[in-house]
Design a protein. Structure first.
Length: 255
């Protein structure tokens, strides 16, 4: 005989009340509220395309709705960062600069704008544009550091840019030394300092930096071989110098 399951009255009432509450919520939402709820959902996506849809919705209401403005600011930063990581620097700047126009205190937008301009500088051939990108990269890195002095990546970005774009080893070292005070295991800072020491002719210091890098890198890190090659080259140059010095001493003693 087929048994009929009887649902308790309490459960029926609970289902009815829940349905009634949901009905009240959605019937009380305006079309704007519904669209902004949709935008909030899209903005949380890891993919770029849904966030672009959220951007369009937020932009539609941002002039009159505080929630939309807040959402627009967040999604501009999010899109700017994503495009930067995908090396689409001009597209990234479109969103990062909009975020900064809305709120100039957004340090993370300044930082990624600096990254974008630094990369645009590296790939630009026009002297006029190259100079413009250089100045803007410096400006955004410096503003980031002014707003958040402990932002390690900004100090590294600025230090590397001083080294790469301006050959200003003094300022580069100052920024990179700040990086290492904030994070003594920041390997990339040691790499740049080693390169600067080598270019300045301080082979012993360059070797010390490379030795430090070896102590920080995991045993299977592909960069270890490059470091070992650099140490071997420095050792060869140091040996050559010592041989030259000894020959000079021999000549002097023979006089």
């Amino acid at each position: 005989m087929l048994k009929v399951r009887i649902i308790p009255m309490r459960k029926i009432l609970l289902i009815f009340v829940s349905f009634f509450i949901l009905l009240l919520i959605f019937s009380g939402c305006s079309s704007t509220d519904m669209e902004l709820l949709k935008a909030n959902r899209l903005a949380g996506s890891k993919e770029i395309q849904p966030r672009l849809q959220a951007y369009e919705i937020y932009s539609k209401y941002a002039s009159t709705n505080a929630q939309a403005r807040s959402g627009l600011l967040a999604v501009c930063k999010s899109l700017g960062i994503s495009y930067t990581l995908e090396n689409q620097y001009n597209e990234a700047l479109k969103f990062l600069l909009q975020a900064l126009e809305m709120d100039p205190t957004q340090y993370i937008a300044h930082y990624y704008a600096g990254v974008c301009y630094a990369n645009l500088w590296a790939n630009e051939f026009s002297p006029t544009l190259k100079e413009e990108y250089k100045q803007k990269a410096l400006m955004h890195y410096q503003i980031t550091i002014e707003q958040v002095p402990s932002f390690t990546s900004a100090h590294y970005g600025l230090g590397f840019f001083y080294y790469q774009a301006m050959n200003d080893y003094k300022k580069a070292k100052e920024e990179l030394e700040i990086v290492l005070k904030l994070d003594p295991k920041y390997v990339r800072a040691y790499f740049v300092l080693a390169q600067i020491a080598y270019l300045e002719g301080n082979l012993g210091l360059a070797r010390d930096y490379y030795t430090k890098i070896l102590s920080l890198l995991p045993s299977k890190d592909y960069r270890r071989q490059t470091v070992l090659d650099n140490i071997a080259r420095i050792d060869a140059e140091l040996n050559t110098k010592w041989i030259s010095v000894l020959k000079i001493v021999e000549i002097i003693l023979s006089l």
